[in-house]
Each structure stands twice: as structure tokens, then as C-alpha cells.
Design a protein around this ligand. Structure first.
Ligand code: DC
Length: 208
């Protein structure tokens, strides 16, 4: 079974994808991490994330970078969003994601274009969303937990800017894939969101 999970930043898609992978005993790929690694590598190279050639060069980042905690920072997220605009970068990362999805037994992948571009034939497609305010609040709480003090309104602005860029880019914009089931987590806590995602996947499997 291939499960494609898409949605905006801090919607809960990462948490839900990891929980689904565990529940169905499937490998999981957080594809945002690949774009984050490219964003980080551009910075390390002293390049410009808005320059397509610099960003493409950074797609040859070493695998060891994928476990660097700095990839989780808001700053790297912003760089990731900027490098992800370039079609050459998306193309360079395509094969890796596609191979992961097509491995025997299936997989769970989460990102922005999994159901639309990477595996449109996925058996289950979920689009996880939530209001900007609730996503900002979650990100803020997460930051507080890591003792990083960023004002809530700054996070809200960052998230809104990131959404705008992800939605407006001409190549693989963030949008629900045809046939995707939309799960709005604004009013749900973690366990409720996970339970609802599992219910959706089970229902989709039963139909097949
Ligand atoms: O999910 P995330 O916040 O880790 O993603 C960081 C950025 O990477 C996001 O702003 C857009 C980009 N991205 C993408 O374009 N396509 C994906 N499949 C995953 C992430």
C-alpha cells in the first residue's frame, strides 16, 4: 500500500505520516527533509537559494546532512521553500522519492506534491490542513519546548508567507490531489487526528 500525505507546513502531516507508517508497518519518507537539506547546503556553499544553478548544485548534499537537527529550524524551512521553487531541483529529487514510493510492500511519503506528482497512483491520498493560526500556535509550542523564543505573530507571518510561496509556484504547487481526502486538524489534538487518518485509510482500503 502506498500512502501519499500532502499539506502545508505544521498541519500535522509529519506526525500523522509517522503514526500511519507505524500502524501499517510501512517505511516512511519525510520529503520536506530533502528540500531542507538542499536549502541548508546552499547556505553552506555560500550560494543563493533563489538562483536555480546554485540550488541545483546543492542537490548533491551528503546523506549525513539529513540527520542534522539544524534542518528542523524555521530558517532552514524558509530556505527549503525558496529552493523548492526551481523545477531543476524538483526534478533532481524526483527519482529518489519515486524509488522510495515504489519499493516492495509500499510506503508512506509526506510532502507537498506526493499525490499530485510523485505517486499520483497512490492507493490512499490524504491532504492534511489546518488554519494558519492553529498551525502557528503548534509551531510556537514546539519552539517553546525547545526553549526557542520566537513571537507567535512572527511565526504566523512566516507560515503565511511559506504557504503563499508553496501554493503560487508554477511547478508542483501545493494543492490537494484529485481523489485526495481532506483532513482538517484545526480542532483535533494529535491522537484524534491520527485516529481519523487511520479511519480514512481503513475505509479507503475496504473500498478497493
Ligand atoms: O514540510 P516541510 O516544512 O519540511 O517542507 C519544507 C519546504 O520544502 C516547503 O516549504 C516546500 C518544500 N517541499 C516541497 O516543495 N515539496 C515537498 N514534497 C516537500 C517539501
Amino acid at each position: 500500500m502506498i500512502i501519499a500525505v500532502d499539506g502545508p507546513t505544521a498541519s500535522g502531516k509529519g506526525t500523522i505520516s509517522r503514526a500511519l507508517a507505524k500502524h501499517y508497518d510501512l517505511p516512511h519518507l519525510d520529503t520536506g527533509l530533502l528540500y531542507r537539506a538542499v536549502g541548508r547546503q546552499v547556505l553552506l556553499d555560500g550560494g543563493d537559494p533563489d538562483d536555480a544553478r546554485d540550488a541545483l548544485t546543492a542537490t548533491s548534499f551528503p546523506d549525513s546532512l539529513l540527520v542534522d537537527p539544524v534542518l528542523r529550524s524555521e530558517e532552514t524551512g524558509g530556505y527549503a521553500s525558496r529552493v523548492s521553487i526551481h523545477p531543476a531541483v524538483r526534478q533532481a529529487l524526483y527519482e529518489r522519492q519515486r524509488d522510495f514510493a515504489m519499493q516492495e510492500g509500499g510506503a508512506v511519503l509526506d510532502g507537498r506534491d506526493i499525490g499530485t506528482v510523485i505517486v499520483p497512483e497512490a492507493g490512499v491520498k490524504l491532504f492534511i490542513t489546518a488554519s494558519v493560526q492553529s498551525r502557528a500556535k503548534r509551531r510556537w509550542l514546539e519552539m517553546q519546548g525547545r526553549e526557542i523564543d520566537i513571537p507567535l505573530d512572527e511565526i504566523e507571518r512566516d507560515i503565511a508567507a511559506r504557504d503563499a510561496r508553496d501554493i503560487a509556484r508554477p511547478d508542483a504547487p501545493l494543492k490537494a490531489a484529485p481523489g485526495a481526502l481532506i483532513l482538517d486538524t484545526t480542532e483535533l489534538d494529535r491522537d484524534q487526528a491520527v485516529a481519523e487518518a487511520i479511519r480514512i485509510v481503513d475505509a479507503r482500503q475496504a473500498e478497493r
